[in-house]
Design a protein around this ligand. Sequence first.
Ligand code: P53
Length: 482
Amino acid sequence: MKQIQGYQMPKDFLWGGAVAAHQLEGAWQADGKGVSIADVMTGGNKEQARQVTKTVEKGKVYPNHWGIDFYHQYPQDIKLFAEMGLNCFRTSIAWTRIFPNGDESEPNEAGLKFYENLFDECLKNGIQPVITLSHFEMPYHLVKEYGGWRNREVIDFFTRFAEVCFKRFHNQVKYWMTFNEINNQTSWADPHHLLQNSGLILNDDENLEEAMFQAAHNEFIASAKAVKIAHEIDNNLQVGAMVAMSPIYPMTAKPADILEAQRAMQTRYYYGDVQALGEYPAWLIKYWDRHDYHIEISDLDRQILREGTVDYMGFSYYMSFATKDNGDEELHFNENTDLVDNPYLEKSDWGWQIDAKGLRYGMNWMNDRWHKPQFIVENGFGAYDKLTDDGKIHDDYRIKYFHDHILEMEKAVAEDGIDLIGYTPWGHIDLISASTGEMKKRYGMIYVDQDDEGNGSLKRLKKDSFYWYQQVIASRGENLNF
Ligand code: P53
C-alpha cells in the first residue's frame, strides 16, 4: 500500500475510458455495414505482423469481425462503466456503418440508429460520449477504388460523413476528433501504419514518404473542413486533433544528438503544427524541396487550413522514445531506423518503454507550442493477465502504471497550469489490439473472457484495477493509494 495524495481535478473534469469501434463492436456485417480496412486484417502477434488480405479469405483469422461483441452487449457494458464512475466514454463511429462503401450519397439509416441508441444509453447513465470520426477503419472500397487518402476525392467523402454525424448527433455529442493518431504514419516505412492511417497500399513506382505527406495533407484539409462544418451546425461543438504523443529524447547531451532529437520531434509533430496553428513549418517545405517531393497544396488549401484550426489537442500517451545523431550529413529523422533504447526505462512485454514523466514532459511541450486545451484520450498498459481460480485478476502492474501516469498528469494540471479537458484510459474494457490483432494484449480494467481465435464465454469480470480507478474517480483524482 502506497500513500500518495494526488491533486484533485476540477469538478467538470472528464474521467472516462476509450475504445474504437472496430476493436470492440464486432458485428462486422450487421445492419448493412460495409467492409473496412480492419475487416481485411488478420490476427498477428509480437513476432508475426498482421497481414492485409485482398478479400476476406476462408480459414484466416480476422479478430475485428467479432471484437468483444459490444454491438450486442453494450447496454450491460455501459452499466459497468457507470459503476466504475465514468462520466465520459470515448469511442468512434465506424465509417462503414454510415457509408458502407464510402462513396454513397445517402447514409445508411440503420448505422445512424445504432449510434443514436448507443449515445442515448450512455447519456442515460450519466456518461457523455466523446467521438472519433476516423479511427483506423476507413471503407476498404475507398482503398481499392480510389487509392485511399492519396486521392483528393476522399476529402469530400469524409466531409459528407462528418457532416451527417454532426447533424445527427450534435445534441448528444459535444467533443469530437477527426483522425485518430494522425501522426502514426510518420513510421511510413512500416506498411501497417500507412494502411491503418491513410488506406495506402504502395504502388511500385511510388516514394512511400512522399505518398504519406500527400495523404496526410488531404487529411488535414478534410479535418479543417470538418471543423468549420461542425461550428456552422452547432457552435457548441468542440472538434479536436488527435496525435500519438511519444516524446523523442536525445540520447546524450552531445549537440548533434540534441539537434537530431529536435528534428525528430519536428518530424513526428508537424501534424499538430498544421492542425493547431494552421500552417506548415518552414523546415518541412525546405525538406520537400531538397527531396524533390511535389505535394499538391493550393492557395485555397492554405486558407482552409488557417480557417479550420482545431479547438483542442486530443492525444494518446503510452511511451517515450530516444534518438541519437545518425551520422548523415543531412539533418533528417527516420522513425524506423533512428530510434534507440533508453537505458533508464523499462519496457512492457511488447517492448513499449514505460515513462510516466514523459507524459508531463509531452503535455508541457505541446502546451508551449500549440497553446490549446488538451485531452488525454488514450493511456494504458498492454499486458498478459491471469485469471485466478476464484475469478479475479490481480493486475497490480497496471494499477502501478496508471498511478504513476495519473500523478504526472495531475502535476501538469495543478503545478504547470495546463488546461486539460479529461482523461480516458485506453481499452478500459479488454478489446482487440490494433497493432497485433491479439486479445491477450490486454489493457482493460474489465476483463473479457475471450482468446485470440475468438473462443470464450465473453463474460465480463472486474479486475483489481476496476476498483482502484473507481476510487480515483470518486475522489476526483486525489486518492491514488494502492
Ligand atoms: P495496441 C502504435 C503505437 C502507439 C499507439 O495499441 C497505437 C499503435 C497502434 O498501431 O495505437 C493506439 O492495441 C490506437 C489504438 C490502439 C492503442 O493505441 O497496438 O489509437 O487503436 O489499440 C494500443 O497495443
